[in-house]
Design a protein around this ligand. Structure first.
Ligand SMILES: [Zn+2]
Length: 253
């Protein structure tokens, strides 16, 4: 048994027995880790009020290799992301990012770069007052890269010509786009040049810059559909993304 210390973000929690909580964290040093916080719901517990979803914490816990559930002993708040609570858009999009990560990442392999991305994106969603959905697109693009599913965004999968303002066709199953000319033969999800331009721009942007986007509804629909199709095609667990679905239902026009 070892005592470990790590930064973590709480993905989900469940009440357990009289006063305890079961917790699923994404940690910086050990990937996804499930823990139990004994007595965390009792009024005197130092952990009370600190274990809210999407809260960024510094944890201390007992780790035992042979155990699925680790024992949490301390949690200090680094950023509670309080502005997400009580704001439908922010909380739904924050939860959507957590759900994407939760469903897209399997075991306990540490991916500090993914943790940092998750944290940065939540910080921006929490603080920003712009087009918050743009930050989720930023996350989706980077997440795909980090997980090793990076699509070919810039050249045609068929003829290798660079994609242009004429737009192209997205083929999720083949992992990329084909040009406008090849598209008339091979098909796919039609994507406008403007949408491609947004996706190229996002690859070079910083997360806080993504809130400057606010494309028209047609572009939004294309981008949502591309990511949705890509995740559904490549990651089994991502066939249903509840938080994003809820957000889209509330923002159709
Ligand atoms: Zn082509």
């Amino acid at each position: 048994m070892a005592i470990l210390k790590t930064e973590a973000i709480l993905l989900k929690s469940w009440n357990f027995r009289e006063t305890s909580k079961l917790l699923s964290f994404y940690t910086r040093d050990s990937g996804k880790v499930k823990m139990i916080a004994k007595g965390a719901r009792s009024p005197k517990s130092p952990l009370k009020g600190r274990l809210e979803p999407l809260c960024h914490l510094q944890l201390v816990y007992y780790h035992k290799q042979t155990r699925d559930l680790q024992l949490l002993t301390q949690a200090e708040i680094i950023n509670p992301h309080l502005q997400m609570y009580g704001n439908f858009n922010k909380s739904t999009l924050g939860l959507a990012v957590g759900e994407l990560l939760d469903k897209g990442v399997g075991g306990q392999d540490a991916m500090p770069a993914l943790f940092d991305l998750f944290r940065d994106v939540l910080d921006v969603i929490n603080q920003s007052s712009g087009f918050t959905e743009g930050v989720v697109w930023y996350f989706e693009g980077r997440f795909i890269d980090l997980m090793g599913y990076k699509p070919t965004w810039d050249t045609c999968l068929r003829c290798s010509s660079p994609l242009s303002m004429k737009g192209g066709f997205f083929q999720a199953e083949n992992g990329g786009l084909i040009c406008h000319d090849c598209g008339s033969t091979y098909g796919g999800l039609q994507v406008s040049g403007e949408t491609l331009e947004i996706l190229f721009w996002l690859q070079k942007a910083q997360p806080h810059e993504a809130v400057q986007l606010n494309p028209d509804m047609g572009r939004k629909a294309e981008i949502r559909k591309m990511f949705d199709l890509y995740f559904k095609t490549h990651i089994e667990q991502m066939r249903t993304l509840k938080a994003l679905k809820l957000y889209y239902e509330m923002h159709r026009g």
